[in-house]
Design a protein around this ligand. Structure first.
Ligand code: ATP
Ligand code: MG
Length: 579
């Protein structure tokens, strides 16, 4: 492609709202364009990258025995009501109505649709196993769309669904997809870590997320430095700190003490001169129902030095995430007796009490007295208060113990680029997707589902592959492999050499951009760096002597090579990069 003919508009300025390198560079390189918040379009070079990623995904899915189909993004509400997700999904579900006032949504994911297809078309064990997938736009009215392609409201996803006759079959299908995901992300040039994950609104019994490591990622993962066990922060079980002599500690008497102006854990610990580990922290929440009314109030308690993991709490409550919100202190106070800053587990009423499992083992704690400026000492689980739910709700931190081997955990941030789920019979049972076995007995089909954020993967690749000047595409997903920078397009000798290299590389299957624009060389070099094309061949003054400059986008060095050697080097580099 000749750049003079290509529709491309690079920007010198950093667009105001863009903060992350991927967002900034994709906009500046003219690869994506914003329509409205969280809605982007792809321009020629950007769309080529999307198609490369899609092609890698497609090849690996096809090789794994999955079959591509293409469903509509428009989904009737009836199917979502059958699965129970029409209300469970909340405001993220993009709801629309047709002219007859019938309700639909723009699909955020397609479990219901694929289950519907299979229940209508599969009825015998002979038709199983089956794996169907599509690459398609998804819609989620995200509360905070941001970072460009990273968290958008319309995005491209590959979603696959496996159908098996039993759990053993599902295990097999799951492993096949897991391995395909490893190959896909390897081929995309990503450094990533598969981690155990929460199943969230999708549901099911087991899951892994594939996290592209990046400091700017929104996912928080923990991994063991010794046994390699890795999980998202909501999925990593906290190891309770069991005080060694706890069992023999004499239980102190429960006492109320004055603690003026000690609303925070720090303040009360300092005032009473006890470590934070001896205090109990309270978190007040309210669960709402579908009509916006208060369903019930929740008080959660954990050791004072710990942080709450909100997803663990939501899972313990078995409520949709968007229905659980931080409480208004005045409202919850009137209803339950809780006093903001002085809430403790003793003496509350009309609240669901959730206690972090660790507190069961910790004797003689300090907690709020549910009176202004007062705390209680000698607070003991079992004797003084009981939980409605006693469960791990703490955020695991770097240095905490691995639940498997006890070694210290390390923490990392990353971008969730894919997730695989063992769904089991969650959808097939509720929607009646059954098959008949050899004896004509009916059973629910055992399902798995497998998503990859194609557009988010594009952003994640840029996060991992850029420098101050722009993107550095891995060859496998680069919009073009080689850019020929023609310094003086009106110089006949230079133009002829550039054309010759262009033709020869293209004839070998290399994708080449020829920068024949009537612009200063400096502008062209800047653009070449910004666009991130892996190999640059500059045709300039020495073209007449048969010498050109060869430079890789990953390296600072440039070398002068003969035309033939430059072509050969580019070809080798590209071929190796595609392997
Ligand atoms: P997140 O936790 O980031 O909101 P999710 O777990 O809800 O994502 P899944 O339902 O697992 O997402 O969807 C499969 C994949 O789709 C994700 O792994 C991610 O790569 C991609 N994805 C999800 N939401 C978005 C979004 N708003 N913008 C771009 N890609 C997304
Ligand atoms: Mg996910």
């Amino acid at each position: 492609m000749r750049l003079s003919k290509m529709h491309i508009n690079t920007l010198r300025e950093v667009p105001g709202e863009a903060e992350l390198p991927s967002h900034i560079f994709l906009l500046r390189a003219g690869m994506i364009r914003k329509l409205v918040s969280g809605v982007y379009g792809f321009m020629p070079l950007g769309y080529r990258v999307i198609r490369k990623i899609e092609e890698i995904v497609r090849e690996e899915m096809d090789m794994s025995g999955a079959q591509e189909i293409h469903m509509s993004a428009i989904q009737p509400s009836e199917l979502w009501k059958e699965s129970g997700r029409w209300t469970a999904m909340g405001p993220e579900l993009w709801r629309i109505r047709d002219r007859h006032d019938r309700e639909f949504c723009l699909g955020p994911t397609h479990e219901e649709i694929f289950t519907d297809i299979v229940r209508n078309e599969v009825n015998s064990y002979r038709q199983l196993p089956l794996n169907l997938y599509q690459i398609q736009n998804k819609y989620r009215d995200e509360a905070r769309p941001r970072f460009g392609l990273m968290r958008s409201r319309e995005f491209i996803m590959k979603d696959a669904y496996s159908f098996d006759r039993d759990e053993a079959g599902l295990e097999k299908s799951y492993d096949i997809m897991y391995e395909a995901y490893e190959r896909i992300f390897d081929r995309c040039g990503l450094t990533y870590r598969p981690v155990e994950a929460d199943t969230g609104a999708i549901g099911g019994s087991g899951s892994h997320e594939f996290i592209a490591l990046s400091e700017v990622g929104e996912s928080d993962i923990l991994y063991c430095t010794s046994c390699n066990h890795a999980a998202t922060s909501e999925q990593m079980p906290g190891v309770d700190d069991i005080v060694a002599d706890g069992a023999t500690d004499a239980l102190e008497e429960l006492k109320t003490v004055d603690t003026p102006d000690t609303k925070t854990i720090e303040e009360v610990a300092t005032f009473l001169d006890v470590p934070k580990e001896k205090t109990i922290k309270a978190i007040l929440l309210t669960v709402y129902d579908d009509d916006g009314g208060v369903k019930y109030h929740v008080t959660a308690f954990l050791r004072g030095d710990r942080e709450l993991n909100m997803i663990k709490l939501v899972n313990a409550l078995k409520e949709p995430e968007h229905m659980v919100v931080m409480a208004d202190e005045a409202i919850i106070g009137d209803a339950t007796g809780a006093v903001g800053g002085f809430t403790g587990p003793v003496g509350l009423h009309d609240a669901k009490i959730i206690v972090d499992s660790e507190l069961e083992h910790l004797p003689n704690m300090v907690a709020g007295a549910n009176e202004l400026d007062q705390h209680m000492t000698g607070v003991n689980y079992g004797r003084d208060y009981k939980a409605d739910i006693l469960i791990d709700i703490k955020q695991v931190q770097e240095g905490d113990k691995c639940p498997i081997c006890g070694a210290p955990l390390a923490q990392a941030r990353g971008i969730e680029v894919g997730q695989v789920f063992k769904l089991g019979t969650k959808y097939s049972a509720s929607m009646g997707a059954l098959y008949k076995d050899e004896n004509m007995q009916e059973h629910p089909i055992v399902m798995g589902c497998y998503g990859i954020g194609v557009s988010r993967t594009m952003a994640a690749i840029v996060e991992q592959h850029h420098d101050d000047n722009g993107i550095i595409w891995p060859v496998s997903v680069a919009p073009y492999h080689v850019i020929i920078t023609l310094v003086k397009p009106d110089d006949k000798e230079q133009a002829a050499v550039a054309d010759d290299i262009y033709e020869k590389l293209q004839s070998k299957g290399v994708e080449v951009l020829l920068d024949d624009r009537d612009d200063r060389a400096g502008v062209k070099f800047k653009d070449a760096d910004l666009l991130g094309i892996p190999v640059r061949i500059t045709v300039g003054k020495k073209a007449g002597e048969g010498v050109v400059e060869y430079k890789l986008r990953t390296d600072a060095d440039r070398s002068e090579l003969s035309i033939a050697t430059a072509i050969e080097s580019a070809l080798t580099y590209v071929t190796d990069g595609l392997r």
